[in-house]
Design a binder for this molecule. Structure first.
Ligand code: MCN
Ligand code: CUM
Length: 803
């Protein structure tokens, strides 16, 4: 290359992968501190003068409280305070609002309504004294009949669980409908065949490795309340505390430190948080509360627990004409669903979004029972897991009824690639996808035809092989603000990017990582937009005093919303840097071109300045009239949700003698649009599939007839280890989201949402010769064996017999 002395050579273009930009499988920067044991979790925080709180939980599921005598607890040396519902009620804190416009007892006053409900709290000098003192509190209960399922809740003579609520004379939480009822009925009248399936999606629990906790620190001198809290949504908690405790917002600081997993468990505001805050205000000392494992498993974060009766209207060529869904969901004693839509049953009606179906109708009823509040989204955008499970279970039943091939039946009904944006049968708008391509890739990888033959041959020798398909698109990334809000606060998200003089940068967002790797991936978005090496960008989240206002991390909304805000903030920074570059290059802005990391003169590409040079100039040599500094923030209100797609295919072998089933292979094709960090995306899918497998195979958390929670410890409620977890075979398809600045869609939940149906479809397929249509999860060997020997569906609905 030739060049003159005053025109330097054009530098080679930056390698985006090398600087850790979009598409780089960059190692997780947060792991550096985690694997060294240097994470900063709630339990690692110790404040001077900190007191410790323990809560007393109800042993009974339903009982009237006749009296509480805490005198013995008060008398124990080291006890600083005992709080009961009475004490809270005098401060108007006996009850608190839930995210679903219901109320929830903070500490029980009139009745206990589920086993494990918070009844009293002790604050003491150390946690052991607090624990001992809790057992010294004497509560006299008058037992009431417990209700553990909707059938009992809706019985005419059922006791009213929520007799605290004026005008509540039954156990119905809501009665809601959506879709085109008449159109659906007409379509059913014209159908050649109607397929039907009933099932129960059991309660499940996110059980993150770290339980929930709070350290409240009220400083009387400054009037400031600081709360270290295991929360996925610190700003929402700040708003809630401002409302509940009537403290001014600027005097509240919520800090969410490193989280040992969230999975939805850390979205709600739990009663003990409120009690810890009040205790700190009253004691004028920091007060720490951290949950034990059973407390976490019996009182927080339950998901699912929903009954579905589904019907599919079919034409004999395989076209689905309409679907009808009737659901009854069990919400426990308080309607505390953590979901931000105006839809009573969350996004249940996102079901069948992947299929081109003209009519659909959903009737949804919710009931109160004597169980801990349910309906927390556990790795699921608000009932989407249940929606897609029902959908894919019904699709299998429908194909079987028509005698059609499972894959072909799905292909017939898929939304076509050229049919986007597509209006779903219940009215959502999906953004993009290549559904057939994903399914065909999965089938090719598993050798579908080959397996069907192997299955037939095995049958003849008495071996039971099964194959299950699950294909789905799911809505990720709430909002937009038109349709999604939490207690009136609109769903959007934010980013704030500050580029320092030397071209290093600080990025803060309103999201909150719990293990998803935001510190790694967010820097990659900035690297992609600005050409700054990802290693030069530090990411901070979770402190309401420093992070821009945001709605937190759940519903896989971080990439779709906060991720988009990061792009927009970086683009604002770039726009300003361009003006500085024009000044430095002594040309007009229109003559300045951009390539990754560098501005140059259009007519003379060798003359340029790096983004780092513009950063230095922003503090040392700015053009006249331009504000110094190089930073920007952005609030992003997405025009739509993002709709990733997944095709999961699973093969199993069932042992006819024992009902034990093993996964032979599991092929997953995920399309989450553009992947920021392919390694992290694969990690998300592997984790999600493992949770799906856990629910399908072993996780048993339920209730007996007395309302006792069965499975309230890790001896009974199992987490799969590497030993039992099958190997996952992952593949990708990339269909960018047309409305996201970098084309990315959410991925965090897809595998947990779409996975379970693949396992159940596979096991039911292996049993197809018996006529069995359903085995409820978890498909424990005794359930599968029962299905095999009786030829009848197996229900897992509570109550269970425990003897
Ligand atoms: N990502 C990517 N490219 C994409 C999409 C995502 O590289 N196209 C990356 C993201 O940048 C991010 C991760 O994958 O680092 C997950 O992104 P996203 O899908 O946006 O999900 P969120 O960050 O909003 O995480 C929430 C989601 C939910 S709702 C649950 S529940 C869940 C999940 O993430 N909880 C988790 N995954 C979890 N993973 C861990 N380790 N711990 C949890 O508690
Ligand atoms: Cu859907 S459980 Mo996640 O939303 O935290």
């Amino acid at each position: 290359m030739t060049h003159t002395a005053d025109a330097p050579a054009t530098p080679p273009p930056l390698d985006e992968i090398k600087i850790g930009g979009l598409g780089a499988s960059r190692r997780r920067v947060e792991d550096n501190r985690f694997i060294r044991g240097r994470g900063n979790y709630l339990d690692d925080i110790a404040l001077p003068g900190m007191l410790h709180m323990e809560v007393l939980r109800s042993p009974l599921a339903h009982a009237r409280i006749k009296s509480i005598d805490a005198s013995k607890a008060w008398a124990i040396p080291g006890v600083r305070m005992v709080l009961t519902g009475e004490a809270l009620a005098t401060r108007n804190l006996g009850w608190m609002p839930t995210l679903s416009y219901d109320t929830q007892a903070v500490l029980a006053t009139d009745k206990v309504r589920f086993q494990g409900q918070e009844v009293a709290a002790v604050v003491a000098d150390d946690p052991y004294i607090a624990k001992d003192a809790v057992t010294a509190i004497q509560v006299e209960y008058e037992p009431l009949p417990p209700i553990v399922n909707p059938e009992q809740a809706l019985a005419p003579d059922a006791p009213i669980i929520r007799d605290d609520k004026l005008g509540q004379d039954d156990n119905v939480v809501f009665d809601w409908e959506v879709g085109d009822r008449e159109g659906t009925e007409r379509a059913f009248a014209e159908a050649d065949h109607v397929s039907r399936l009933s099932l129960h999606y059991p309660r499940s629990h996110p059980s993150p490795l770290e339980t929930c906790g709070a350290i409240a620190d009220f400083d009387r001198a400054t009037g400031k309340l600081t709360v270290y809290l295991t929360t996925q949504a610190p700003h929402i908690v700040r708003a809630a505390v401002a409302l509940i405790a009537e403290l001014p917002e600027h005097q509240i600081r919520i800090v969410s430190p490193d989280l040992g997993g969230g999975f939805g468990n850390k979205v709600p505001v739990y009663p003990s948080y409120v009690v810890a805050i009040l205790a700190s205000i009253l004691c004028e000392r920091p007060v720490k509360w951290i949950e034990d494992r059973s407390g976490n498993l019996i009182s927080t974060g339950f998901g699912r627990d929903i009954y579905l009766d589904g019907q599919v209207a079919l034409r004999k060529d395989g076209k689905v004409l309409a679907v009808r869904m009737d659901t009854v969901s069990d919400h426990g004693a308080f309607f505390a669903d953590a979901q931000p839509s105006k839809f009573k049953i969350g996004l249940m009606h996102s079901a069948f979004a992947a299929y081109d179906i003209p009519y659909a109708y959903l009737a949804a009823r919710g009931v109160y029972t004597n169980k801990a509040p349910g309906g927390v989204a556990y790795r699921c955008s608000f009932r989407v897991t249940e929606a897609m499970f029902f959908q894919e279970r019904m699709m299998q039943a429908a194909a079987d009824d028509l005698g059609l091939d499972q894959a072909e039946f799905r292909r017939i009904n898929f939304v076509r690639d050229d049919d986007f944006p597509h209006r779903t049968p219940y009215g959502f708008l999906t953004d993009s996808g290549q559904y057939r391509k994903c399914l065909d890739l999965a089938l090719a990888e598993i050798d579908y035809e080959g397996f069907l033959e192997e299955q037939k041959a095995a049958r003849e020798r008495g071996r039971l092989l099964g194959i299950g398909i699950s294909t789905m698109t799911e809505p990720l990334g709430a909002g937009n603000s038109r349709e999604y809000d939490i207690l009136g606060i609109k769903m959007f998200d934010s980013a704030e990017l500050r580029v320092h003089m030397t071209g290093k940068a600080l990025l803060r967002t309103g999201a909150k990582t719990q293990g998803q790797g935001h510190e790694t991936t967010w820097a990659q978005i900035v690297a992609h937009e600005l050409g700054l090496p990802a290693d030069d960008i530090v990411v901070e989240e979770g402190d309401t005093d420093t992070a821009p206002f945001g709605m937190g991390t759940y519903a896989s909304r971080s990439t779709p919303v906060a991720g988009a805000a990061i792009s927009m903030a970086a683009r604002k920074v770039k726009a300003k840097a361009r003006r500085i570059a024009a000044h430095l290059l002594e040309v007009s802005e229109e003559d300045v071109e951009w390539e990754l990391g560098r501005f140059y003169v259009r007519s003379q590409p060798s003359r340029g300045v790096t983004i780092q040079e513009t950063a230095l100039a922003a503090y040392s040599n700015m053009p006249d009239g331009l504000e110094p500094g190089l930073e920007a923030n952005a609030y992003y209100d997405p025009p739509n949700l993002t709709w990733p797609f997944a095709a999961y295919v699973c093969t199993v072998e069932v042992d006819p003698d024992t009902g034990v089933w093993d996964v032979l292979r599991f092929v997953a094709v995920d399309d989450c649009g553009v992947r920021i960090n392919p390694m992290i995306v694969e990690g998300q899918i592997q984790g999600g599939l493992t949770e799906a497998y856990a629910m399908a195979s072993m996780q048993f958390i339920t209730f007996d007839a007395d309302g006792n929670c069965v499975g309230s410890n890790f001896m009974d409620y199992l987490l799969p280890t590497a030993w039992e977890t099958p190997g996952w075979e992952l593949h990708e398809v990339v269909t960018p989201s047309p409305h996201h600045p970098i084309g990315a869609k959410g991925i965090g939940e897809c595998a947990t949402v779409g996975g379970p149906a693949a396992f159940v479809n596979a096991v039911v397929n292996a049993l197809s010769h018996t006529g069995v249509r359903n085995v409820d999860m978890p498909m424990l060997p005794d359930r599968v064996h029962q299905a095999l020997t009786t030829g009848r569906d197996v229900s897992g609905a509570p109550p269970v017999k425990t003897d």
